[in-house]
Every structure is written in structure tokens, then in C-alpha cells.
Design a protein around this ligand. Sequence first.
Ligand SMILES: [Mn+2]
Length: 385
Amino acid sequence: MSHIRLIHIADLHAGKTNDRRLNRNEDLRYALDQILEFAKENRPHYAVVAGDIFDKKVPDAESISLITEFFIKLSQSGVKVVAIGGNHDSALFLRSQTHWAEHFDIKLFPSLDRKNFVLRDGDIAFVCIPFVSERGITDLSEGSDKAKIQYGELMRKLILYGLKQVEGVPYKVLVGHLYFAGSKLGNTEVEVTVTDSYALSQSALPPEFDYVALGHVHRYQRLEASPAEAYYTGSLYQLDFGEAGQEKFFNYVVLEDNRARVERVKLSLLRELKKVTLKRGQKVSDLAKELNKNTYYWVNIEASTPQEFLLKKQEVERVFGDNLLRVYPLGLSNRRRKLFQDPKRDLEKLKNPIEMYREYLKSLGREWNGKVEDLLKELMEEITT
Ligand SMILES: [Mn+2]
């Protein structure tokens, strides 16, 4: 049996912007070019994309073009693409792309379809589990704790059902946009447990899978408690300040002799995000010494009064220029701090909840629910009187 080579990437988030100012598609293109270069040299048979291809449900033209070009270039290098939808992706949109994609050996799995979630190709089979909404498959009427258990049980059964479909295939790969307990998020060491959220237990990953390609968590990691060889490869560039300082990677996997040889490949970054603090008594010019034109900043400013904060903020804005994305006061009381938060953000919050709910349902393509509207109205009345 010959060996099989694949690359595993996830969380591309095409169309991501930071603070409504910085378009991150250049960062994404920079990462994708490195992946294409790698693919040309190493000739993988497959590129597995584990969800969150786009950042927004309705992707903009620039992002669609970027992703389309990437997939087609992979295809032209002889790499077959297997991609699933993430929680950021619109299943409807991805489905609209399947018609042309199939002609380029690009197999898209927009949403979970129990009749069509396995791709068998010679000696290898991919079991593909796009993001499944918690609300979509659980019954919240019995309380959220029960719903969490129910979600975990259903997903575990689904994975086992998938495994059954690929029995006898030499190489089995599970591709999932899933959230596992014990995964490390962001820069902190905070781990999420099964009881905290709709997280799955790592023990739900059967060792019969030779490799598990995951998306959803943006920090690179191997799932240490998983009986199968399972990885989150994380996002391809620092998507937001929660990922500041993080290095980024993708995986190159060689399946051979019933085992997966995993090589972590580091991506170089076009731009980095960084959080810095202007301490009391520190000069802005001192802080500016580390100003790097390829780094975008969140500057915390220590200040005792709003006036002091405002003065320092103006200076920081002048010195950091376009590389300043966010300014935040430290040391002011909550009430005072509120006065200086982004006014636009507060306006968004002031939107009528009923309107917001209506927009939300519309974005999901769901029908308007009159009962919920009545309930919202009642609650709003209670609050305002
Ligand atoms: Mn994501």
C-alpha cells in the first residue's frame, strides 16, 4: 500500500477585518502563498480545510476571489481539496459553489448531511463533519445541562457512524469543525471543560482514525487526551488581539504503514498584532521605540482622570498613526471608562432587540417567530417601566 500525503489547514477567515479598519485578506494571501509554495515542492495528494473558510456569512467579492483562486491553484498543482463548513461559513453560500468546484476536484461539505458526509477515494476515506449548531440538534426545553450532554452524545454517535461507513478502507481521516474539552484557547492556559459548554470529550475520537483534522480553535495544538492522532492547526495569521504574539502553523501529514507522521510547518506572518501599555509617568516617545510598521497595536493607557487619558490618547494616535487599532484606558473607574469607549460600538448595542432578532433570523434564513417577538416586547416593557 502506497503512502498518502496531505496538508491540513483551518480557520482561514477570508474577509476578516479588525476594528473596521484593517482588512486582513493580505495576511491571508501571504499565508496561502506559502501553502501553495509548499504544495508545489512536496506534492501532497490532498489539502484538508477544516472549516471557517470565510469570516462572514455573506462573503465579499474580494474574499470569494481569494479563496477560489487558492483552491483552483491547489487543484492545478494536482492537490485534491476536501473542505468543510465552519460556524462562520454559510452553508447556503458554500453549497452555491459546489457546482463548479467538483470539476476541479474540490469537494465541499457545506453542512452536515448524514447521507453524504464521506469521501472515499482509493485507499483513503474522509469522514467530514462540518460545524453543527448546538441549537440545531438539541432540545433546550429540558435545560442547558441536559442539552450539552445530548449534544456530546449525538456527536459521538455521529463520529462512530462515520467510522462504520469507512470500514475496511486502509486510511481513515476525520475532518471536523468541532470543539473539544481540554483545548487551549488564545494565549491563556484556560481550558474549557465539557460542562462549561457544548464541548466534546476527546475520548469520543476513535483510534481507528489515522488522523483527525480539526478546525474551530485558533491556537495550534495536538489533543493530548485523544485516542486518535488529532490536531487543531489553528488560524493562519493572528486574527485578533486574543491571538497576539502567537506563532502560526499548518500540518503536513504522511500516512504510511498504518500511522500518521505529522510535521508542523511554521508560517511567516505579514503583520502582527500586539498589546502594549503606556504606564503612568512613561513617555509616549519611549513606548514608540518599539513601533514596527508591520505590527498593529492595542495601546492601554494608564490614567487617573479622563482629561489625562484624552491627552495621552491624542498623542498615542499621532505617534502610532495607522498602526494603532485600539486604545483603552486603565485605572479609570468603570463609569469614567464608559465615557471613552468607542461610541459606535455603544450605538450598536442600542439597536432595538426585536430588530436584532429579526436580522439574526433573516441571516439564518429562518422564519419570523411571533411568540418570541411578544416575549421580547413584554421583557422590554418590564425593563423600561
Ligand atoms: Mn474559526
